[in-house]
Design a protein around this ligand. Structure first.
Ligand code: UD1
Length: 417
């Protein structure tokens, strides 16, 4: 298990480029299961979750190569329509095999994903939509089995705009008979990027990026070539880091239309934001003002930036509230931040953050991906040395994090244990 050793306080300067979006690349890799033709995806970040997905695709019968951030997938053999527990437990997004497999082969068996560090994370929204489309849903020995002769288009109202369910159902509906309408669909930019891929494959999808998505089923989908959009969460993490570290940096690949609420909150905290053609320039505040946030589905404040915001706010002068509305257990980073001197009080899904006397380096533990990113920001802002353990969580979602931060001027080193 690797750790990061960070000496603070750091000041960042220069420019950095956000990698391709993990959360767009993952569903797009699963979309290759909808066709037997060659698919090419570029700007794919080299991350543990991507490698797990390629492992699942190979297990199912695809031959995938991954070189210089480009994935190329060919169908090699008869497709096995299953994902066993050992693969699913590594990465929850593997439930995204369900929609493509069910639509193309009429059958899929996959291990029911368990909970994780941030919450229970059920998949009822996915399953009830598939059953509305005519699939038979059963459970056996920890597996979910979905069967259907031919999926039928259906009118589906999501009780919550789940990102994964929107992607899964959109992929399934592409090869279903007739029209499907998803209401209360998730609107994240990654959904739009997936719809672009599916339309390149010959699907007929309208409205992705809005609350209502209409999909007219087609008989067959073809291969495609696509470049994944930049990772708005990675870009946002760098923007928060610069603001926390009294720094000025340019984040390339950051798009203001994907980061609207973060830009507004950073400006309220006193930071300056300048939009360039392919980058956002962030200049830190003289004094960080406290700014409350609550998380919600896009375009509200992303839960995937909540932990980083908490690290930032523990450096502010004054008090603010952080409310987590998406996941029930996403404050694991708070206790670690408190070990570094942050003043945080937790009440259910609300964290009250007040001014501290400054953060002090300490050994801490990343409990999940974004918690890890928050601890990196805190460690770079703190006085002295911090050791962040369980870096494998960070490696799941940030490509070359330490190299990028080092090139911006941070003192960060990976050590192997
Ligand atoms: C995706 C992102 C993740 C992000 C999350 C919320 C990927 C690979 N992951 O996860 O980084 O944190 O969106 O923006 O894109 N829910 C149910 N039933 C369901 C599905 C979801 O109750 O069937 C609940 C979840 O438990 C959670 C909430 O809905 O509380 C949001 O989940 P969802 O939007 O589905 O997140 P993911 O797609 O898993």
């Amino acid at each position: 298990m690797d750790s990061f050793v960070i000496e603070g306080p750091a000041k960042l300067s220069g420019q950095v480029r956000a990698s391709g979006a993990k959360n767009a690349a993952l569903p797009e890799l699963f979309a290759t299961l909808l066709t037997d033709e060659k698919c090419e995806i570029s700007n794919v970040p080299e991350l543990a979750d991507i490698k797990s997905t390629l492992g699942i695709l190979s297990y199912c019968g695809k031959r995938c190569s991954f070189f210089a951030n480009k994935v190329s997938c060919l169908e090699q053999a008869d497709i096995k329509t299953e994902a066993p527990y050992d693969m699913v437990r590594k990465m929850r997004a593997s439930v995204l095999i369900a929609g493509p497999m069910l639509a193309r082969f009429g059958h899929v068996k996959f291990a029911m994903p368990g909970g994780c560090a941030i919450g229970v994370r059920p998949i009822d929204i996915h399953l009830s939509a598939f059953s509305k489309m005519g699939a038979e849903v059963s459970f056996q020995g920890g597996d979910v089995i979905l069967k259907s002769k031919k999926l039928k288009g259906a009118k589906i109202n999501f009780k919550f705009p789940s990102v994964g369910a929107t992607e899964n159902v959109m992929m399934a509906a592409c090869l279903a008979d007739g029209e499907s309408v998803i209401r209360n669909a998730a609107r994240e930019p990654e959904i739009e990027d997936l719809a672009t891929v599916l339309n390149k494959m010959g699907a007929n999808i309208l409205g992705a990026g809005s609350e209502i998505i209409k999909i007219n089923g087609v008989k067959k989908l073809s291969g495609f070539s696509h470049e994944v959009i930049s990772d708005r969460i990675e870009a946002g993490t760098f923007m928060i880091a610069a603001s926390a570290l009294n720094s000025e940096i340019a984040v390339y690949g950051a798009r203001k239309e994907h980061l609207g609420i973060l830009c507004r909150k950073l400006i309220l905290s006193g930071a300056e934001i300048h939009n360039g053609r392919d980058h956002i320039l962030v200049r830190a505040p003289q004094k960080i003002k406290p700014v409350s946030i609550y998380t919600g589905p896009y375009p509200l404040f992303p839960t995937d930036l909540q932990a980083q915001w908490m690290a930032y706010m523990s450096l502010a002068q004054g008090t603010c509230k952080i409310k987590e509305n998406i996941f029930e257990n996403r404050f694991m980073h708070a206790a670690e931040l408190m070990r570094m001197g942050a003043k945080i009080e937790l009440k259910g899904n609300v964290a009250n953050v007040s001014s501290s006397k400054g953060l002090i380096g300490a050994p801490v533990m990343a409990s999940d991906l974004r918690a890890g990113a928050a601890l990196i920001i805190a460690a770079m802002a703190a006085n002295g040395k911090s050791i962040i353990k369980r870096v494998y969580h960070i490696d799941r979602g940030y490509e070359k994090m330490e190299e990028k931060l080092f090139s911006l001027g941070a003192s960060i080193k990976r050590v192997k244990e």
